[in-house]
Design a binder for this molecule. Structure first.
Ligand code: MN
Length: 292
């Protein structure tokens, strides 16, 4: 086994608002090295670093919008998000929970701060990822995996509370809770100060680490502080993460989908023709109906 080295430690970009409820740093695909292909199948990563929202009677968020051709994964670290979609589905994503939405052939949805949480406001911290689907699955039926924190399989690393939450894929003997279309590992590594973990993924899997809390050192060499994204090279399999403070790290590693990407706004397809079809279908009401 060869050591996988660090390619880049990316600083968070200037934040922007998505709707009025998500103040995000975009890491993918706005970085020159982190375009949609570089971290594919992870084609978009918006990170709402800790931000204090004042109380609001009207929940802030993003009004009705469509998606087609991929999956959205929302991970709540602090605060609560509520969502509704055109198939009548909906739910609340609370601290520690993960919502894995397969938009595939198409959904309309809206995403807001949860009503009661909104009234008191407070610290909000969240990640939204877009995960691409291979051509053969892009038009499959939409589905949800609403994953409560207590249902996420966990690997205990030490007696001090360090653990790996295996959201998807596998860590040691622990199977990930979410099902995926292509091979993906997604973990929350919760490391107490001084804890160290070795990770091991095939070298062609695109791999990155987002430091949610604390500060880490990769391969006893490269430091990454809070809110930074570490892009790993595809030059080896194993690497270590050591926590220099109590830390939480979102670990992403996935087998690349080697297909062309045609993306525009909320649609991610393989060809321009399929994008035009997506807009036509959306405009002619084929994504269903949802009140704002
Ligand atoms: Mn959305």
């Amino acid at each position: 086994m060869k050591t996988r080295t660090v390619e880049l430690v990316a600083k968070p970009r200037e934040p922007h608002f998505v709707g009025d409820g998500f103040r995000v740093h975009n890491f993918i695909p706005s970085g020159y090295r982190l375009d949609m292909q570089r971290m594919n199948p992870f084609i978009m990563l918006d990170y709402n670093s800790k931000y204090n929202f004042p109380p609001s009677d009207k929940p802030k968020g993003v009004s009705v919008h469509p998606h087609r051709g991929f999956e959205t994964v929302t991970i709540a670290y602090q605060g609560k998000v509520q969502h509704h979609d055109s198939s009548g589905g909906g739910g609340i994503i609370s601290e520690g929970d993960v919502q894995w939405m397969t938009a595939a052939s198409g959904v309309l949805h809206k995403e807001y701060h949860e009503k009661e949480w909104s009234k008191t406001g407070g610290e909000f911290q969240m990640v939204q990822l877009w995960i691409n689907l291979p051509a053969k699955d892009k038009m499959s039926k939409p589905k949800y995996q609403a994953i409560k924190n207590q249902d996420i399989n966990k690997f205990k690393l030490d007696e001090r509370g360090s653990e790996i939450e295996v959201i998807a894929g596998r860590y040691e003997n622990i199977e990930g809770t979410a099902s995926t279309f292509t091979p993906i590992n997604m973990y929350n590594a919760k490391l107490k100060k001084g804890a160290e973990v070795m990770l091991n993924f095939p070298s062609d899997y695109n791999t990155a680490l987002l430091v949610i809390e604390g500060e880490i050192t990769i391969n006893d060499d490269v430091n990454a502080p809070t809110d930074h994204l570490v892009l790993m090279e595809n030059d080896g399999e194993n690497f270590t993460i050591k926590a220099s403070q109590d830390s939480v790290v979102l670990v992403l590693s996935g087998e690349p989908i080697n297909e062309p990407i045609a993306a525009h706004g909320p649609f991610v397809m393989n060809t321009r023709e399929e994008l035009i079809q997506a807009f036509d279908d959306f405009n002619s009401g084929k994504f269903g109906h949802l009140e704002d």
